[in-house]
Design a protein around this ligand. Structure first.
Ligand SMILES: [Zn+2]
Length: 286
């Protein structure tokens, strides 16, 4: 048995989001993580997944205003045209995931998708500078409906509301087939695994009640049982990606690891349980 590479590790002491003028210290190369999926984000903090549907491009999250030039550059580098982005799917409304929207919509006129729950938060807080991350203006054009997958070209993307980190965090599930080998991979992006907002004293920060924390735990435990071949974390630390990039950045099979999604979600569920020892007696301190 080889050692498990793609496991949850804590974020770096200084994230790119806290040092956006120091991109050279936080840069991550363009890498392929599925037959038709790449992380074009260019920095070691927030992922920006590009899906080549064959009928236009989809982005999952956009990263920061300060790194959007890397997203554009990486899309060109792959031989695609950023004008061809058709849909931008946002995991949640926080600035580190959405601040590139305005520039990318300016280039592409893409649809911008968010959950209804997070659009409410976006409208409440879009003018506030919260946690040092300003939320740049953007306009949402479409809301997720978890009963209606998003379909474009070769991709059918199932959405699932997974609150906790924010009230409207949305996770994505899709399959991607490699035409050369005929193999199909089940891929997943979890919408938000930062657990600080599920601490008793922090719930109000995201307009949530205790139930959000328990729903998060329940969702993590349930979703962990879904078979996922390629875990595409929304922040790279959630599966220790940037410390474990392949030598051949085009070799997506490096990321095929059936344990990674499961272990990451269990790790996060357990961390939230520790905040609530009355509810989860196994975490009561003796
Ligand atoms: Zn967030």
């Amino acid at each position: 048995m080889s050692e498990k590479k793609f496991k949850y590790v804590n974020p770096k002491p200084v994230r790119f989001g806290q040092a956006t003028d120091r991109i050279s210290e936080h840069s991550v190369p363009l890498y392929r993580c599925g037959p038709h999926v790449w992380n074009v984000g260019g920095q070691d903090d927030v992922a920006v997944y590009l899906l080549d549907t064959g009928e236009g491009l989809i982005l999952i999250d956009t990263g920061y205003t300060e790194s959007v030039f890397l997203v554009v550059h990486n899309i060109w580098k792959l031989g695609f045209n950023p004008e061809n982005i058709k849909k931008i799917l946002l995991t949640h409304y926080h600035g580190d995931h959405v601040n590139g929207v305005a520039s990318l919509v300016h280039i592409s006129h893409a649809e911008v998708w968010l959950s209804k729950e997070d659009e409410r938060m976006h409208q409440l807080y879009c003018r506030a500078d919260r946690h040092g991350i300003h939320t740049a203006p953007y306009q949402v054009t479409n809301f997720y409906d978890d009963n209606t997958p998003i379909v474009l070209g070769r991709f059918t993307i199932e959405t699932k509301l997974t609150p906790g980190h924010a009230p409207g965090c949305t996770s994505f599930f899709f399959e991607d087939t490699d035409e050369e080998t005929g193999k199909t991979y089940r891929c997943a992006v979890h919408g938000g695994l930062g657990i600080a907002y599920m601490r008793p004293d922090m719930l109000a920060n995201q307009d949530q009640t205790e139930e959000a924390a328990h729903r998060f735990v329940k969702d993590c435990l349930e979703l962990a049982e879904r078979p996922v071949d390629i875990n595409m974390p929304s922040h790279l630390n959630q599966a220790d990606i940037d410390n474990n990039l392949p030598e051949d950045l085009n070799d997506y099979t490096w990321f095929v690891a059936d344990y990674s999604w499961h272990d990451m979600l269990l790790n996060r569920a357990e961390a939230v349980k520790r905040f609530w020892p009355d509810r989860y007696p196994e975490y009561q301190k003796n």
